[in-house]
Design a protein around this ligand. Structure first.
Ligand SMILES: NC(=O)c1ccc[n+]([C@@H]2O[C@H](COP(=O)([O-])OP(=O)(O)OC[C@H]3O[C@@H](n4cnc5c(N)ncnc54)[C@H](O)[C@@H]3O)[C@@H](O)[C@H]2O)c1
Ligand SMILES: O=c1ccn([C@@H]2O[C@H](COP(=O)(O)OP(=O)(O)O[C@H]3O[C@H](CO)[C@@H](O)[C@H](O)[C@H]3O)[C@@H](O)[C@H]2O)c(=O)[nH]1
Length: 465
C-alpha cells in the first residue's frame, strides 16, 4: 500500500490530504503537524477550519485511510510520498523583511525529512514558494540524509480557494506538476500523476519543469489580485464620473478575451495569499535586478491599500467628518464569505482606520470568533471601543452607520426597515461588497454608499482626500 505523509495540517494540508484519502481508498494518508491543538481539533468533532463539505469528507475517511497525528517523525519515516504544506509567510525581519518568503518552516520540515528518511522518497512542494526553492530543498536533503537515500522534489502548487476548497479539490481547473528533467524526475512526476489520475481527467493534469510550476503559482495569484486592483481602480473613477461599476464589470465580462470572473469591486482583497505572494514576486524581481517589473506588481498592492483607506475616508467624511464616539456596526470580518479565516482581511484595516478616528465599533461575523477578532485588532478585552456581538440586529441597534465588509448571504436578507428604525438618524450604510439593493435602502431612508456606484447627493459635494 502506498503511504503518503502530509506535513502541515492547515487550510491547505488538511483539505488536500482529506480529498486524496477520499478519492484513493487504497492509499494510506497521515497528516502531521507540530501544533498539538490543530491535530487534536482535526481528531475532534469541531475541525480547526470551516470549509463547506470538509466535515463530511473527514468523517468518511478518518480512522480508515486518513489519520491526523503529531508524530511527524514516524510518518515521515514510513511514507513513500511526502506533501509539504507548511506556512510560508512574509519575512518579518532580517534580509528581505516585509517582502521575501520566510522559509523557516519549510527548511525545518526538510531537515526532519532528511533525518528520518531511510528509504527513497518523493517530496512534493504544496506550499507556495519562491521560484527555485526546490533547488535549495534538494541541497538540504542531499547534504543531511543517510547515504544512498534518494529524493525527487516535485512542485505541485495548490490553487484552491478558501470557502470552496473541497469543490476546487474534487473538480480542479487543472493540476500542475513540475519535476526535474531526466528519467528519475519523469518517473516521480508519473507517480504523483498516478494519484491524481484516480479522479482528475488526464487533460487537466499539466506537467512542466520545476521552475515553471513554482513560478506559475506566484504568477497565478499576481494575475488574480491584479484583476481585483484593476476593477477597484475603475470603481474610484466610476464614483466621480457617474459610471456604475457593476455595469462596467458586466460589459467587460462579456468580452470573451477578458471573461467573467474576479471582476467584483470591493473594499479590497484580503486572504493569506495575494499580498504575501505578490510581495514575494516583487522581492524575486528586485533580487534579479528587474526593478520595473517589481514596481509594476507593487502597484497592485498600492491600489489595494488605497481602496481600503478610500473606504474609511468615505465613512468618516460622510458622517460630518468625524466618527468620534459614534457607534458603527461592522457586518462581516472574514476576508470573504464561507470562511472563518481573517488573515489579511480588509476588515482589520478598515476597523483600525475607524478606531483611529475614535469610532465605537460593534462587530458581527457569523463564523469568526470573538477571540480571533480581538487578536486581529491587537486589543485586550478591556478596550471599550469595540464590542463583538452575535447578531446583526444587535450590532446595528442605535448605530449611526453600517459597514458591510464581508459578503455573507445573510446580510442581503436582513429586515432593513427594522434595522433603519433602530438606528440613529441620518442612518448610513457603506456597502464594501456591493451586495445590497441601493434603491430599496434609499427608499427606506438610508444614505447609501456602494463602491463604484454614482454617489448619493449627500456625498457628492464632499471632497475626498
Ligand atoms: N490558504 C490557502 O487558501 C492556500 C491556497 C493555496 C496555497 N497556499 C499555500 O499553502 C501553504 C500553507 O498555507 P495554509 O493556509 O495551509 O497555512 P496554515 O498556517 O493554515 O498551515 C500550515 C501548518 O503547517 C504547520 N507546520 C509548520 N511547520 C511545520 C513543521 N516543520 N512540521 C509540521 N508542521 C508544520 C503549522 O503548524 C500549520 O498548522 C502556504 O505556502 C500558502 O501560501 C495556501
Ligand atoms: O472579484 C473579486 C474576487 C475576489 N475578491 C477578494 O479577493 C480576496 C481573495 O479571494 P479568493 O481568491 O476568492 O480567495 P483565496 O482563498 O484567497 O484564493 C486565492 O488565493 C489562493 C491561495 O494561494 C489561491 O489558491 C486561489 O487560486 C486564489 O483565488 C478576497 O478578499 C475576496 O473578497 C474581490 O474583492 N473581488
Amino acid at each position: 500500500m502506498v503511504k503518503i505523509c502530509g506535513i502541515g495540517a492547515g487550510y491547505v494540508g488538511g483539505p488536500t490530504m482529506a480529498v486524496i484519502a477520499l478519492k484513493c481508498p487504497s492509499i494510506e494518508v497521515a497528516v502531521v503537524d507540530i501544533s498539538h491543538s490543530r491535530i487534536s481539533a482535526w481528531n475532534s468533532e469541531k475541525l480547526p477550519i470551516y470549509e463547506p463539505g470538509l466535515e463530511e469528507v473527514v468523517k468518511q475517511c478518518r480512522g480508515k485511510n486518513l489519520l491526523f497525528s503529531t508524530d511527524v517523525e514516524k510518518h515521515i519515516f514510513e511514507a513513500d510520498i511526502i506533501f509539504v504544506s507548511v506556512n510560508t509567510p512574509t519575512k518579518s525581519s532580517g534580509l528581505g523583511a516585509g517582502k521575501a518568503a520566510d522559509l523557516t518552516y519549510w527548511e525545518s520540515a526538510a531537515r526532519m525529512v532528511a533525518d528520518m528518511s531511510k528509504s527513497d522518497k518523493i517530496i512534493v512542494e504544496k506550499s507556495t514558494v519562491p521560484v527555485r526553492t526546490a533547488e535549495a530543498i534538494e541541497k538540504i536533503l542531499t547534504h543531511n540524509s543517510s547515504k544512498g537515500v534518494k529524493f525527487q522534489i516535485l512542485s505541485n502548487p495548490e490553487f484552491l480557494s478558501e470557502g470552496t476548497a473541497i469543490q476546487d479539490l474534487i473538480n480542479p481547473d487543472r493540476v500542475l506538476i513540475g519535476g526535474r528533467e531526466g528519467p528519475e524526475g519523469h518517473e516521480a512526476v508519473l507517480k504523483l500523476k498516478g494519484i491524481y489520475d484516480h479522479w482528475v481527467p488526464e487533460d487537466k493534469i499539466i506537467t512542466t519543469n520545476l521552475w515553471s510550476a513554482e513560478l506559475s503559482k506566484l504568477a497565478d495569484n499576481a494575475f488574480l489580485a491584479q484583476r481585483i486592483s484593476s476593477i477597484n481602480a475603475m470603481s474610484a473613477l466610476c464614483e466621480v464620473t457617474g459610471a456604475e461599476i457593476s455595469q462596467l464589470s458586466d460589459a467587460l465580462s462579456k468580452n470573451t478575451k477578458i471573461g467573467p470572473k474576479f471582476l467584483n469591486a470591493s473594499v479590497g482583497f484580503g486572504g493569506s495569499c495575494f499580498q504575501k505572494d505578490i510581495l514575494n514576486l516583487v522581492y524575486i524581481c528586485e533580487s534579479n535586478g528587474l526593478i520595473e517589473v517589481a514596481n509594476y506588481w507593487k502597484q497592485v498592492i498600492k491600489v489595494n491599500d488605497y481602496q481600503k483607506s478610500r473606504f474609511v475616508n468615505r465613512v468618516v467624511s460622510s458622517m460630518f467628518n468625524t466618527v468620534s464616539g459614534k457607534k458603527i456596526a461592522v457586518l462581516g470580518f472574514a476576508f470573504k464569505k464561507d470562511t472563518s479565516d481573517t488573515r489579511k482581511t480588509p476588515a482589520i484595516d478598515v476597523c483600525k482606520g475607524l478606531l483611529g478616528d475614535n469610532a465605537c465599533l460593534s462587530i458581527y461575523d457569523p463564523r469568526v470568533s470573538k477571540d480571533q477578532i480581538h487578536k486581529d485588532l491587537s486589543m485586550d478585552s478591556e478596550v471599550k471601543h469595540v464590542s463583538i456581538v452575535s447578531d446583526a440586529y444587535e450590532a446595528t441597534k442605535d448605530a449611526h452607520g453600517i459597514c458591510i465588509l464581508t459578503e455573507w448571504d445573510e446580510f442581503k436578507t436582513l429586515d432593513y426597515q427594522r434595522v433603519f428604525e433602530n438606528m440613529q438618524k441620518p442612518a448610513f450604510v457603506f456597502d464594501g461588497r456591493n451586495i445590497l439593493n441601493v434603491d430599496k435602502l434609499t427608499k427606506i431612508g438610508f444614505i447609501v454608499y456602494s463602491i463604484g456606484r454614482p454617489l448619493h447627493q449627500w456625498m457628492n459635494n464632499i471632497h475626498q482626500p
